[in-house]
Write a protein that binds this ligand. Sequence first.
Ligand code: ZN
Length: 495
Amino acid sequence: MRVLVYGMDGATWRVIRPMMEKGKMRNLRSLMERGSYGVLHSLEPMISPMLWTTISSGKVPEKHGVKDFVIPSDAVKTRRIWDILEKYGKTVGIFGHMVTWPPRPIRHFMIPDVFARGPETYPPEYQFIREMAVAEAAGARSLAKYLGYVWQGVRHGFRLSSLWAAARYMAEEKLRHYGYLDTYYRKRLLKLRFQADLFVHLVRRFQPDYLFFYSNVTDACAHLYWKFHEPERFPEVTEEEVRKYGGVLEEVYEASDRALGRILKTLGPEDQVLVISDHGFQPVPQMEDTKTYVVRSEALLKALGVADRVRYVVISDRTYIRSLGNDTAFEDQLMERIRRIQIHGVPLFVTKRDKVGYVLVTVNNREASPHIDLSESVEIEGKPVPLGKLLSESDTRISGEHHPEGIIVVAGPGFKKGVEIEGASVLDITPTVLALFGIPIGRDMDGKPLTQVLADSVAEAISYVDTHDEDYTYSSEEGEYTDELKEHLRGLGYL
Ligand SMILES: [Zn+2]
């Protein structure tokens, strides 16, 4: 028996139900028909890394300590489900779970999420999938580089149809002069294809007992495209926009359903499935109308003439830079040079050092944005650099926001069929998964197994221990970087 947890960040019945009435979301639908479903209640504040850590530990944030995206995995204050399962001799395959970087050796695989500080995966041969994501986030548009990763992907399960989709996208992007809203979801849909390809490959190769797959595409696109999905609530949305983007959110959900369908094919009738979201979604009551910008890191570093002296990672709107050889004096100087770039007398960027020693660069959106016109140039050390090259517009005028009611769908011989799940919480997932495996639940967990929907034989066999953390150690508070972790990062070439 195996257990799959399929994580659809931000998925909501509000989008799914009308789609199902139109005959869409067939894979999720068939799970619902052979299993049970309902609302999964979230916790405040609805911050995804915090929520997914709660989901995977069965504990409240005060106990697991995760409040941000960039916490290293070994600062989590409690064992998570895969740690517990490993202790009981089970094998696990974790794909895209938040707060899993740096990955530790595990039986069998651990591929960190989009907020990882580096490309490491376990086993290391799968690092290309993260390098590919990092290169893309940094705006490195080198086709050769990209194809290099794709080629590695071919050897590790990327399907020809996915490669074809990627090639077609790259051609279209140039031909059709795609804008931000055109590329944003298309890129993410491509990524989801590659992720599902690789996950299916990994599952077939390693056959782990516990499988976890996560994608944030349903969350990211709901923030941005909700106004086109429910245009009647947003008077400023034009008919043309509805024609172009009105179907995006459903397309994204449908793609997530297809990925689910492909993963389900790797399972057998004896296996258990849980499809869950960490929170739901709703339209925002009032939209803020401010444009923000993100830096194209590669262009900035080239304009400063230091592109070959540093390495960097991009995490959402932040660029983290380190010099090769960790030359602190050079980095200080670089920060100063970046700070001197001004637009109408206002610094264009904000720079600081983060806890680990990276130089952190963001666009000074609060003060500089009103002065930015992408058709103008800015002077960098005496030379004009077109702003359109240096920055890209980030349409953060979000129209969708988190809602406390997420989704849960369960199916498999360990579950009852046709139960309307009530009062389930993100805290209950780990106790429920442990019950399915017949492994005792920690009394220090805040959730409870969902006995309302567990098969009688599973529910009757539930047992408890005081804690699974008796011999567990973690690095110090709030993601402070300990000497041990620094040593580890140094070993990986990051410090
Ligand atoms: Zn979100």
